[in-house]
Design a protein around this ligand. Structure first.
Ligand SMILES: Cc1cc2nc3c(=O)[nH]c(=O)nc-3n(C[C@H](O)[C@H](O)[C@H](O)COP(=O)(O)OP(=O)(O)OC[C@H]3O[C@@H](n4cnc5c(N)ncnc54)[C@H](O)[C@@H]3O)c2cc1C
Length: 379
């Protein structure tokens, strides 16, 4: 995909940052389930928190193509670190950028661009996962405030975030058109963040439940008017799916490179692994999957950047790329043999990290539902 020179330069710079600063700390992040403060600080200095925030608010103002180019690069490093940045610059800021009033943007975006305030996006609830229309969190207007009651679960970045985009029902009889989005600050009265979940992968990136108990949110923190929440959430998630698809391409790239290196040095039966046709074919299939994934991600990016909705393209890329990553990482473990199962090589970490992409931001089954629904309605 053709990218402006400045985006290519930015990706090169991020690539150097990853290799010099993040990769050497990856094992520590994995074992301690947190990102070192000084590493977050370096990411702030590099402008990583402002990637998608418009320049007038202190960010870099990347469009979806630029964001995906960065995601591909970030796919080559620690998944938890990549998620902290990717979630903040994706689903956690796009709602404010798209729907925010000038006052909301002036208040939140500069501090989010600098990384002083980190963002989170809160849609999922105990009873509303794949079916967000089942939300139970309620927001009732009282004078110049909304009073929120309800709970959210599995919220990425919750442990670090100061600014939460929260979906809540303002008009239940209207169904999904009665869902609204609110900007909730960490210290608003009645808002609390639960304990960090222990996860299979994605270590370093916090995931926690949220509780709203008569939580007072100023009316001016409603995003885009009542009833705009679900529509905006779906747009946000469509773009988010493409960025995940792009990150998967980077992850596959890295796995293929690791396998090539290993196959050239490891000797068994008097021959390098690289000489065994069974493994060569595995490697070839991994490369075909990666290239097809890249093509689908690019098609989705181009469709959305052209101004079209890109629903089917985004879901196709998310479905294919996340499933392809599962096959590729499985082959990578196989090619590394016992070493693939050991923490030392890092492949085992990617194997666990890769599992999440088929679940969040719409599981594989939900992507299939979306694709089929689009085909059947003839869009
Ligand atoms: C690590 C992690 C981070 C997350 N981060 C966030 C976040 O930042 N913000 C946020 O709002 N949410 C977040 N989530 C929530 C995530 O988006 C949901 O977990 C996901 O949408 C699935 O919902 P569920 O867990 O309730 O599973 P369920 O909806 O209960 O699904 C269970 C199974 O049933 C299948 N299924 C459900 N409905 C259908 C259907 N209609 N047709 C076919 N199959 C179906 C699913 O595909 C799945 O296999 C995160 C989750 C995890 C695990």
């Amino acid at each position: 995909m053709q990218l402006p020179a400045e985006v290519r330069q930015l990706c090169d710079e991020i690539g150097r940052f990853i290799r010099n600063e993040v990769d050497p700390r990856s094992r520590w992040i994995e074992e301690n389930d947190q990102i070192p403060y000084d590493l977050l600080q370096k990411a702030r200095e590099l402008g990583l928190f402002g990637l998608t925030i418009p320049e007038e608010y202190g960010g870099i103002g990347l469009d979806l193509a630029g964001k995906c180019a960065v995601e591909e690069e970030m796919g080559k490093t620690n998944y938890g670190f990549a998620t902290v940045i990717g979630n903040h610059t994706g689903i956690s800021t796009t709602g404010i950028v798209a729907l925010g009033t000038p006052d909301q943007k002036r208040k939140y975006l500069p501090r989010m661009a600098s990384g002083e305030w980190i963002g989170a996006f809160a849609l999922t609830e105990p009873q509303a996962g794949s079916d967000p229309a089942a939300l139970r969190t309620r927001a009732v207007r009282k004078g110049d405030r909304y009073i929120l009651n309800g709970e959210k679960i599995y919220i990425t970045n919750a442990g670090l975030a100061n600014v939460f985009t929260v979906m809540a029902v303002t008009d239940a009889p209207k169904g999904i058109k009665g869902i609204s989005a609110f900007v909730v600050e960490r210290n608003f009265p009645g808002f609390s963040i639960g304990r960090n979940e222990l996860k299979m992968g994605m270590h370093g990136c916090t995931t926690a439940p949220l509780a709203f108990t008569d939580c007072e949110v100023p009316a001016e923190n409603l995003l885009g008017g009542e009833g705009m929440g679900y529509i905006q959430a779906m747009k946000t998630l469509t773009a988010g799916r493409v960025t995940i698809a792009a990150r998967c391409v980077g992850m596959m790239d890295k796995l293929i490179a690791q396998c090539v290196d290993y196959m050239k040095v490891r000797t068994q039966g008097g021959r390098k692994l690289a000489e065994y046709q069974g493994l060569q074919w595995m490697l070839a299939d991994m490369s075909v999957s990666r290239d097809a994934a890249r093509g689908l991600a690019e098609r989705a990016i181009e469709t959305i950047v052209r101004g079209e909705r890109g629903t089917i393209e985004a879901s196709t890329a998310k479905l294919f790329n996340t499933e392809a990553l599962a096959r590729v990482v499985d082959c990578a473990v196989q090619i590394h043999g016992g070493m693939g199962y050991m923490r030392e090589a890092g492949i085992e970490t990617t194997y666990r990290d890769a599992r999440i992409v088929r679940i969040y931001e719409g599981s594989s089954e939900i992507q299939r539902n979306i694709i089929a629904a689009q085909l059947l309605k003839g869009d």
